[in-house]
Structure formats: structure tokens, C-alpha cells
Ligand binder design. Sequence first.
Ligand code: HEM
Length: 400
Amino acid sequence: MGAPDILSPEFAADPYRGYRILRDQHPVLYHEATDSWLISKMEDVERVFRDPDITSDNYSWQLEPVHGRTILQMEGREHSTTRNLITPAFRGSQLRDKFQPVIDKNARELIDPWHLNGEVELVGQFTTHFPINVIVDMLGLQKSDHALFHRWYHSIMAFLSNLTQDPEVAEQGLRTKDELQAYMLPIIAERRATPGDDLLSVLCTAEIDGATLSDLDVKAFVSLLLVAGGETTDKALASLMRNLVEHPDQLEEVRADRSLIGSAFAETLRYSPPVHMIMRQPRVDFELRGTVIPAGSTITCLLAAANRDEERFEHPDTFDIHREDLDVNRAFAAAADHMAFAKGRHFCVGAMLAKTEVESATNQLLDAMRDIRLAPGVVVEEVGLFTRSPGALPLRFTPA
Ligand code: HEM
């Protein structure tokens, strides 16, 4: 069978069919239009993320033009010391004691305006707002500027995902860089002068080897956090609710036993991950299944394909919150069975934050809505190639 083209309309409509063909017949495939090597087997994707000779230099063209240089591109000690500036806020006692109340409050504020209506378009009225509001609060920025942040993170994400090299998307990304910089620099100056109890103040005052981060480094970090923490969790929540609504028996189980939200989220990350592709660049020739991928070329790791590899998961195309081959206890750590947070040294630093956000939001959504179902006649469509989730999720429910 011919290899599927990841840029074709058929692939956009149902990438999972294409992923199966890739895994079965073309596990290492050169894709001319993106000038990259597609890999789709779990074993291979894991190997690429763990190999010390495979770098994330791809971000120098994929993201640096809009973000500036971020931890995604760093290696070694620079990477670990800079990453460590934010890890305490994203797990353990700081997450629990300081940020859990912020997360709960943000979910409540977004549900309040519509919870008596009996209907909601969950993507537009909840999931696109919630994670960005949380990260904006954590950074101590103005929530009233939500529309700006939203526009910026969509434009940065579009730049990152611009596989067809659309010049308008590229230009919009560069404009965003200037706008975000003009917005952030005065705030950074102010926060350096009078630091507060927020994450931006931590970034402004922290010292690495006796030196603070430059203004542009802080701005780049904020830009990364807005995108990494916004778009991904937004999409994960929309997919989780969609998966549950389309599996009413599992929805009712989760409603009755909220400790299952973690399993439902883990299975969502496997079955329908928000990020479908992550790129890498080998610094030396890299051999995979008898094919030599030349040094300096781009490898596209198809995370969503690896997550449905039948060599790892039984009935991979079935959504099952009780599956035995996905351990919920390590689903949010670097040893996860799924690939949604990637692996290795750049494993998602926000995984526990995402879990806390999703648990809080799902709990409150289930409290507010009984008898949740899709609006009449609706067939939910997933959209996106690089990142993917339902474009809209119109629901009907009985107000609780
Ligand atoms: C379900 C939600 C999320 C998913 C699926 C996700 C996915 C990912 C993936 C795949 C990577 C690896 C990128 C690479 O190796 O090239 C990553 C890294 C990262 N994520 Fe997340 N993410 C999520 C939530 C968050 C949140 C809430 C934050 C924080 C606000 C965050 C911050 C980051 C950062 C800063 C990195 C870079 C880590 C490094 O380079 O060391 N993520 N994420």
C-alpha cells in the first residue's frame, strides 16, 4: 500500500488510519514535503527521545524566531538549571498549597456563567480559557488581557505547526513576538523592582551561577509557558470530555468514582493526545531499522501513532479507562507508558500541573452537569495535524 501523506485531506480527516499504515508498512519514512523522516513505532520514538546524539536543535527554526531561545533547545547543565527554576511551582507542595486554590477558582469562575443554562459549547466557553487563565494567574499577569494572550498563543502554535510553510502564518508569528515583547518588557522591569509572590517574580529574580536571566530570556520563558501550558491542556480537556461523553458507561463510572479521573485522563493522553508530532535532529548519522537518517536532518516523531502501537497496547483503537497496559501511577511522570508528554530530558515539566488542572476542571464540570450528552445531530470533529482535538463540543445537560 502507498504511504499516506501527512499533509493530505484524507490524513487530516482520520490520521489514526494513516498512522496504522505507517507503523505496519513504513515505520521509517522520508516525507519530501516536510523534508523530514517520519517515525511511528513506540520503540523507535522512545529511542529517539533518549539518544544523547539526537538534539532538539529543530526548535531554533521551529520556535526561536517567535519565542526567543527557551529550555526546549537547551542541553546539559544549562537545561537542567534553567528548567529547575520552574519545577518547584509545578509539582509537590507549591502546586498543592499555593496553586491548587487558584486552579479551583479559575474553573469555578468559568462554569458559573452558564451552569444553569443546560447547554454549553465546552471548547469556546471553557477549555480554551481555563488553562491560559491559570498560567496567567500563576505568572501574576492581567487576566483581563486574556484575548491578547489567546491570540498570541494561537499564533505561536500556528508558527510551530506550520508544516506547509505558509508565509502569512510565519509573518503573524513574528508580529506576535514583537507584540508580546512590547507587552512584557515593562512588566518585567516592574517585577524586578518590586517582586511579588508569583512565578514571573521567580524568573525575574532567580540567579544561575550568580547571574539573573536577561529580560529577553524571561520574556522567552513566559512566551513558552503561555503556549506550552495553554494550548495543550485546553486540547487535553476537550478530548477527555469528548471521550467520556462518547462512552457514557465510562462517564458514569467516573462520575460515581472521581478517583477514576486520573485514569480517564491518562487514557485520553494515549488515545487522543493533544500533541501529535514532535521533531528532533540527529547530530550524527542515525540508523533505525536498517535506514540511515543523515546527521542534521529532521525526524518527526509521531507521538499519536506510537500511542496506538499494537506491540505495546492491546486493542489500541479502543478507549478504555481500565486498560491494564497503561499504569496511571506513572502516567504523569517520565516513566509513562504513553508518549503524550514525550520522554527523556525534555519530558513535559508541566505534566503534574496539567493533571491537577484536569482533575479540578473535570470534578467541577461533573458537579455542575448531570446527564451530559452531545447536542442533537452533532458529530464531533477533531481538527489539527500537529496538535489535535475537537474543534467544538456542543453539549446538553441537566443543571445540577
Ligand atoms: C496535557 C497537557 C500537556 C501536554 C500533552 C504537554 C506536552 C508536552 C510535550 C510533548 C513536551 C516535550 C516537547 C519536546 O520534547 O520537544 C512538553 C514540554 C514542556 N511542557 Fe508540556 N504539555 C502539557 C502541559 C503543560 C503545562 C500545563 C505546562 C506549564 C505551564 C507545560 C510546560 C512545558 C514546558 C516548559 C516544556 C519544556 C520542557 C523542557 O524542554 O525541558 N506543559 N510538553
